[in-house]
Design a protein around this ligand. Structure first.
Ligand SMILES: NC(=O)c1ccc[n+]([C@@H]2O[C@H](COP(=O)([O-])OP(=O)(O)OC[C@H]3O[C@@H](n4cnc5c(N)ncnc54)[C@H](OP(=O)(O)O)[C@@H]3O)[C@@H](O)[C@H]2O)c1
Length: 188
């Protein structure tokens, strides 16, 4: 018997010019976003592309079922991590869960939005003036979010809600990086 279909969420942090990564990692260190990510994703299953997972500093993420998508594996468990040969296989493994999080990277987001899989998007907007200047000069050095933030803000397909944390709830960011948190619910 098939389990209940989970709500499919995606979580992404997007910098200036829709940047999400550079050389396999995120081109910022944003403590408030790390806190936010942990808060929204725990204790739910988290789905990653192989590149993103291989570049995470500490894996598996604690208190969450970690799933890695890779065509190199055939739906197997290794050290508690499930390696799925497709995003559909990854989602299948989560049937019966209330929520599941699609956590990137770029290829995984692209597939999820192209195939209309996402019910809720948690989007962090990262502000960083120096990064903005670097991306403006060399956009091709960076990995960009598809379909881009403009597909969500002011789109009738997505209802936006701003997530506000109280003053002492978030860790302080270092440097000139700051973050704002949004939730987009698909309206149909
Ligand atoms: N800012 C953010 O919120 C955020 C979040 C996550 C990641 N990122 C950034 O995103 C960048 C990585 O993105 P990326 O696009 O290079 O890599 P990715 O999406 O993390 O991983 C790509 C790999 O995932 C597997 N894959 C992709 N689509 C698949 C599918 N439909 N079925 C099965 N396997 C599939 C393939 O693995 P095989 O080659 O093994 O088949 C592919 O090479 C990094 O810079 C990272 O820091 C940013």
């Amino acid at each position: 018997m098939e389990g209940k279909k989970p709500i499919i969420c995606a979580a992404v942090a997007v910098g200036p010019y829709d940047v999400i990564g550079q050389n396999g990692v995120m081109p910022w260190h944003c403590r408030s976003d790390l806190y936010h990510f942990q808060k929204i994703t725990t204790p739910h299953p988290c789905i990653f592309g192989r590149t993103t997972f291989e570049n995470l500093p500490h894996v598996p993420l604690p208190n969450r079922f970690n799933i890695v998508c890779s065509a190199q594996y055939k739906n197997i468990y290794q050290n508690g991590v499930f390696y799925a040969d497709s995003i559909e296989s990854a989602l299948q493994e989560c049937s019966g869960c209330s929520k599941v999080f699609i956590c990137g990277g770029a290829q995984i987001y692209r597939y999820a939005f192209d195939n209309d899989l996402v019910d809720i998007l948690y989007l962090t907007q990262i502000k960083d003036a120096m990064l903005a200047e670097n991306v403006r000069k060399n956009p091709d050095l960076y990995c960009h979010f598809y379909p881009g933030v403009s597909a969500f803000f002011n789109s009738p397909k997505w209802q936006m809600e701003k997530i506000i944390y109280s003053k002492n709830e978030l860790p302080t960011n270092t440097g000139n990086t700051s973050a704002e948190f949004f939730k987009f619910n698909r309206t149909r």
